[in-house]
Ligand binder design. Structure first.
Ligand code: PGA
Length: 254
């Protein structure tokens, strides 16, 4: 791993274009001083063009929060990977629990991953258990989710995938998962990824953690949790919290 990866999931924030531009400027400014941390911002779709800098090379990349499972033909209201790529997006979040919660199946997640990859976008694929039961059934749930979400994804494309472990119970919560547990779970999801793609791709896939990440817990999650990056939601639109988070991550030796 050369660099850590921070993917800011803005969700349905902010409410105005001018605020979106301000947040993008804040992220770009903070990212400019980082040595070994790569930054991706994922604004609401309509703000993407305004959040892409005209000046190259940019200090941040821009990603979308969702993608259509279809490439073309009649699909009212959908946005294809090609449209996203043509807009300038280079990443896309796929399988976020908030999208899964309104009916997205593992099969659809798999189609979206394939669409992203064939359009030249890097999918940031979210997986995570709803609850952490005493008996450990959540491990089976997670293994199945990973197996089915990556079904039919060409093995040759494994190197373009980013895996985001997001325990659903820790999203939008008060506290993140404990860094020691994050370490255990990052190994577990890598193992499940290896069951699909084989050992070598699994050793290389970046694993991010998401769920109540803040500037306060970011460094510990990186150093103790030993993940390759983070997927913050609320903190990614926090004008002071996000720069602090980026600097905290960058200060952890690689
Ligand atoms: P949160 O969201 O950081 O606000 O918990 C994370 C996510 O949903 O990706």
């Amino acid at each position: 791993m050369n660099k850590r990866l921070i993917v800011g999931n803005w969700k349905m924030n902010p409410l105005t274009l001018s605020d979106a531009k301000k947040i993008a400027r804040m992220a770009r400014r903070a990212a400019a001083s980082l040595l070994h941390t790569e930054v991706v911002i994922c604004p609401p779709l309509v703000f993407i063009p305004a959040c892409i800098s005209k000046i190259e090379p940019d200090t941040v990349s821009v990603g979308a929060q969702n993608i259509s499972a279809y490439e073309d033909s009649p699909h009212t209201g959908e946005i294809s990977g090609t449209i996203l790529h043509n807009l300038g997006a280079r990443y896309v979040i796929v399988g976020h629990s908030e999208v899964r919660a309104v009916g997205e199946s593992d099969e659809t997640v798999s189609k979206k991953i394939q669409m992203a990859l064939s359009a030249g976008l890097r999918p940031v694929v979210c997986v995570g258990e709803l609850v952490r039961d005493e008996g450990g059934a959540y491990m089976d749930t997670l293994r199945t989710q990973i197996r089915d979400s990556f079904a039919n994804v060409p093995k040759s494309q494994a190197r373009n995938i980013v895996l985001a472990y997001e325990p659903v119970w820790a999203i939008g919560a008060k506290e993140a998962m404990l860094p020691e547990q994050i370490y255990e779970m990052s190994l577990f999801v890598k193992k499940a990824f290896a069951d699909v793609f084989g050992h070598d791709p699994a050793m290389k896939v970046p694993v991010l953690y998401g769920g109540s990440v803040t500037y306060r817990n970011a460094a510990d999650i990186i150093s103790v949790g030993k993940v390759d990056g983070l997927l913050p939601g609320r903190e990614s639109v926090n004008m002071s919290g996000f720069p602090d988070l980026l600097h905290a991550v960058d200060s952890v030796p690689i």
